[in-house]
Design a protein around this ligand. Sequence first.
Ligand SMILES: *[C@@H]1O[C@H](CO)[C@@H](O)[C@H](O)[C@H]1NC(C)=O
Ligand SMILES: *[C@@H]1O[C@H](CO)[C@@H](O)[C@H](O)[C@H]1NC(C)=O
Length: 425
Amino acid sequence: THPSVVCAAMLILDVLSPLLLLSILLPGYGCRAADIPEDTTSEFSVRLYQRLQAAGGQDNIIFSPLSVAVALGMVELGARGASLEEIRQAVGFSHLLPGVEFSLLQNLTAALLDDDSHYVIRFANSLFLQEDVTFNPEFLHLMKKYFRADVETVDFSESSAVAEQINKWVENHTDSKIRALLSADDFSSVTRLTLVNAVYFRGSWKNQFRPENTRTFSFSRDDGSEVQTLMMYQQGDFYYGEFSDGSQEAGGVYQVLEMPYEGEDMSMMIVLPRQEVPLASLEPIIKAPLLEEWANNVKRQKVEIYLPRFKVEQKIDLKDTLQELGIKNIFTNNADLSAMTDVEDLYIGKAVQKAYLEVTEEGAEGAVGSGMIALTRTLVLYPQVMADHPFFFIIRNRRTGSILFMGRVMTPEIIDPNDHAFDSM
Ligand SMILES: *[C@@H]1O[C@H](CO)[C@@H](O)[C@H](O)[C@H]1NC(C)=O
Ligand SMILES: *[C@@H]1O[C@H](CO)[C@@H](O)[C@H](O)[C@H]1NC(C)=O
């Protein structure tokens, strides 16, 4: 089968002076581990979302909470003192015995790499070291153990060559979805370490949309404007529920739809307010326990779905965002990364995440039908989820609760109404 979803998220922790740390992650999925670890980072994920939302205006949002947690875990392996504690506190590990979080992250990622999974997953970590810098052997050992990090030595003074090498690596692990991530300017003679992790996910919907049912359709943005988009359609058994927090603030009743990917371990959850309610009214009520409530209370039933094709992409300055969440020390002169190396005055100069998600019927090639079908609200046989206005979504592992993607669609893929292919619409 063709992939119905291609996802790629990338996280770069760019430790500039004098260390450059780069980390990339694309989602993964599927989970059949005998010991099912419980992800404890959903609070952190939601706080990250709320920060991005506050800064995001009317933009789409996409990021990978798990990739941020893994990248921070890698930094944490090399951190001590306040640098270490702030990460434990912010990410949600402080209730665990020291060091247990590494085993947790290892298990969460291992669960995604299960041979039985119905997904194409490539999850890879890599550590690029400056040739003449000595890193603590224990750190390197733990990087390998917990994050399967490959270790390579490079000469960062050859900045163009290093950028090219890493970009190639990234491209190779993201099905070429993410190219030219770094440039020579990102490296300098003081760069000592680049840490890269990548996961590439490609999965199919358990119930695929039939491309011939896709039609152009109007999508109403929160600012009142309308755009033309390709709306996918299907009727089928999904997990569905209607919720309300009892206040009018959140716009009253809203819908939650959970659409599993093949294998059912992974799913996309879509949260849709009523048509006349802007997503901004619903966003403030999103909290970690609510995610759990949604997951526990959606019921399998027949649902009619109208979902736009969409492609979201975002590059986030994690340094600003993480500082707002209390992770400050690693970005200052006071950073303690002494478990990584004896070289002094290391701190993280920059942290960026780039994520990319594409949702289609079954892949990028779905042909668009040219006939008319009834896209109306009049004949409602089953609950109808009409995502013709902004919605919130997460892609999660249903066994572990790991959140691989979180985001919102404010504007879907816009099609040009003048394009002759769509004249008949
Ligand atoms: C990770 O999995 C191993 C092996 O199944 C288990 O012993 C360990 O307790 C797990 N760690 C966590 C934090 O769940
Ligand atoms: C690309 O990735 C594949 C497997 O993911 C690996 O076998 C191959 O060596 C990689 N190529 C490069 C140029 O890194």
